[in-house]
Design a protein around this ligand. Structure first.
Ligand code: 13P
Length: 287
């Protein structure tokens, strides 16, 4: 059964560890992440962007696949199915489709409009027992085709949004999606400390988990980050393993072309990446 992310994140914040959000793209991705979470007894959040939702034939298909997989694979750890960077319309669709968690990304609206739309969604999520993530200060990198530089959130705006009653808050602290450029300045721990001071118990979310050095991840967790999003790193691991399989000519040997064989090394690579992140985030054994 899918659960809201509220309880797992409240525990994570209190216990000074973070729960990973791993974005899914297809059946193999979902299976790899769920099996690793179960094996390591870790809570987990499956992230679905609007684009990935469309690719997987709509949010209803995704919710049905994930719910059935949890049952068929006998997954017992807490699993939240979460809309990543949703528009207001996508949030509504995911609530209807049976997601247990949504992110409303109102960071590109003027703060008054972000507040108004977030307030409406807070009421809806409370009624349905879903968790809601809000964003202040846009996360840099490529987000649905728009490339941003990773601005830092205003701690007072963070407090304003946190006080509306959202479950978790993503604050931009110089983090970006995708690979970090060589001249990246690193995370702004000064901003993070101020945001945490203003928002207290609110679990904070770190987007753009790919490529952030381990020491920065640990420091971010010590300053209140309780959810860390990882997407690109699983994609890179999957692609590299698949490339090796093909370059070694294994698809040309026997039934090596069978998708169940062809995609297997990529699935193992995703599992290894998820395991490594769960170790770093400290969520193993916390289910
Ligand atoms: P990365 O692709 O950089 O890991 O970021 C993932 C993310 O933040 C999804 O919202």
């Amino acid at each position: 059964m899918l659960v809201s992310a509220k309880e797992m994140l409240t525990k994570a914040k209190a216990g000074k560890y973070a729960v990973g959000q791993f974005n899914i793209n297809n059946l193999e991705w979902t299976k790899a992440i769920l099996l690793t979470a179960e094996e390591l007894k870790s809570p987990v959040i499956l992230g679905v962007s609007e684009g990935a939702g469309k690719y997987m034939c709509g949010f209803k298909t995704v919710a049905a696949m994930v719910s059935s997989m949890i049952e068929e694979l006998k997954i017992t750890v807490p699993v939240a199915l979460h809309l990543d960077h949703g528009s207001y319309e996508a949030c509504m669709k995911c609530v209807e489709a049976g997601f247990s968690s949504i992110m409303f990304d109102g960071s590109h609206y003027p703060i008054a409009e972000n507040v108004e739309k977030t307030t409406e969604l807070v009421a809806l999520c409370a009624e349905k027992n879903l968790s809601l993530e809000a964003e202040v200060g846009s996360i840099g990198g490529e987000e649905d085709g728009v490339v941003g530089m990773g601005e830092c959130a205003d701690p007072d705006e963070c407090k304003m949004i946190a006080d509306l009653g959202v479950t978790m808050l993503a604050a931009g602290i110089g983090n970006i999606h995708g690979k970090y450029p060589a001249n990246w300045q690193g995370l702004s721990f000064d901003t993070l400390a101020k945001v945490q001071e203003k928002t207290g118990e609110m679990p904070l979310v770190l987007h753009g988990g790919t490529g952030i050095p381990a020491d920065m991840i640990r420091r971010a967790i010590s300053l209140g980050v309780a959810k860390i999003n990882v997407n690109t790193e699983c994609q890179l691991a999957f692609a590299a393993a698949t490339r090796t399989y093909v370059e070694e000519g294994k698809d040309l040997v026997g039934k090596g072309f069978d998708p169940r064989k062809l995609l297997a090394p990529g699935v193992e690579a995703i599992k290894a990446t998820v395991r490594e992140k769960m170790e770093l985030f400290g969520s193993i054994g916390k289910a």
